[in-house]
Design a protein around this ligand. Structure first.
Ligand SMILES: NC(=O)c1ccc[n+]([C@@H]2O[C@H](COP(=O)([O-])OP(=O)(O)OC[C@H]3O[C@@H](n4cnc5c(N)ncnc54)[C@H](O)[C@@H]3O)[C@@H](O)[C@H]2O)c1
Length: 280
């Protein structure tokens, strides 16, 4: 009865901020954190959708708040942190940098620069803003965790996904660097790298032409549920794992890229010549 008490897990009874919490993976994170006894500030560029997530949490007996935040704007992420100080009962100790958009279907050179800017603004600058604003707070607190929602696209280099791949590679590099910088501070960083997850990413994004239809078919057939993905991610955070790849194909691509890089690169070229190039 006097056993050693294990330290509180980062995902349990957390005081959390989730970006993009109005849909898909972000909503699943908010619900799961609340289920684990945490309180959540649900932020999204679409306030109505964040409010719906709050209602779902309330219906399940949890506590959450909604706030509009466009993660591509540093001032809005700073305002989000200030709102968290005002609304939440304790300092934030869990940050989920999740907000993101999908884009694909056009090769580099045919993708409009405005599409590159839109994608980088949300998927890359959004995560940079989240880490820039919240990492110093967590370091000061001396405990907690950050999950950055990256993707298998961080390292898969699939054709016709240039802007998306670039932003997710950046989000992974940022997570790895931040993890090193926070080592020994009590704060851990986890990069979530799933393949397909059943969410609204295609409907909400700019995946065009045949690529969009193919994406929907693949997502229907092979997509993992968002609730399963976030459980894996939060468990990985609790173990202090930097990388979490919930699906077998993600782990396979990760290993192939490292073990047989030339064969892997040749394979993506073949996929483009005989598959992807016919999609646009
Ligand atoms: N669905 C997948 O197959 C998949 C796979 C790997 C990674 N991801 C990543 O998961 C994350 C969540 O995407 P999802 O699949 O749940 O898609 P989703 O479209 O269902 O949800 C994304 C949410 O982000 C919000 N959002 C968009 N722009 C925003 C902005 N500027 N500021 C704040 N919120 C914004 C949207 O309103 C939406 O509620 C993204 O980073 C995405 O790249 C998704």
């Amino acid at each position: 009865m006097f056993g050693i008490r294990s330290p509180k897990k980062n995902s349990t009874a957390a005081t959390a901020v989730v970006t993009g919490a109005g849909s898909g993976i972000g909503r699943a994170f908010a619900l799961e954190i609340a289920r684990r006894g945490g309180v959540v500030l649900c932020s999204d560029i679409n306030l109505e959708s964040a409010r719906e997530t709050v209602q779902l949490i309330a219906l399940a007996g949890g506590q959450a708040w909604a706030w509009r935040c466009d993660v591509s704007e540093l001032a809005e992420v700073e305002a989000l942190a200030a709102k968290a100080d005002e609304l939440l009962p304790a300092p934030v100790d869990l940050v989920i940098n999740n907000a993101g958009v999908g884009i694909g279907g056009k090769p580099i050179g045919e993708t409009a620069i405005s599409d590159w800017q839109w994608t980088l603004g949300i998927n890359l600058w959004g995560v940079i803003h989240g880490c820039h604003v919240f990492a110093p707070r967590l370091r000061k607190l001396g405990r907690g965790g950050i999950i950055n929602v990256a993707s298998t696209a961080s390292f898969s280099a699939a054709p016709l996904m240039g802007p998306y791949n670039v932003t997710k590679a950046g989000a992974l590099a940022l997570s790895e660097t931040l993890s090193a910088e926070l080592a020994g501070t009590g704060v851990t960083v986890t990069a979530l790298c799933p393949t397909l997850v059943k969410t609204n990413i295609n409907a909400n994004g700019r995946i065009v032409g045949e690529s969009s239809k193919l994406f929907d078919r693949l997502m229907d057939r092979f997509g993992m549920s968002a609730s399963r993905v976030v459980r894996d991610a939060l468990n990985a955070l609790d173990r202090g794992d930097l990388y979490v790849m919930p699906q077998f194909d993600a782990r396979l691509i990760w290993r192939a890229k490292r073990l047989i890089p030339r064969t892997y690169a040749a394979g993506t070229g073949l996929i483009n010549r005989f598959g992807a190039s016919r999609l646009h």
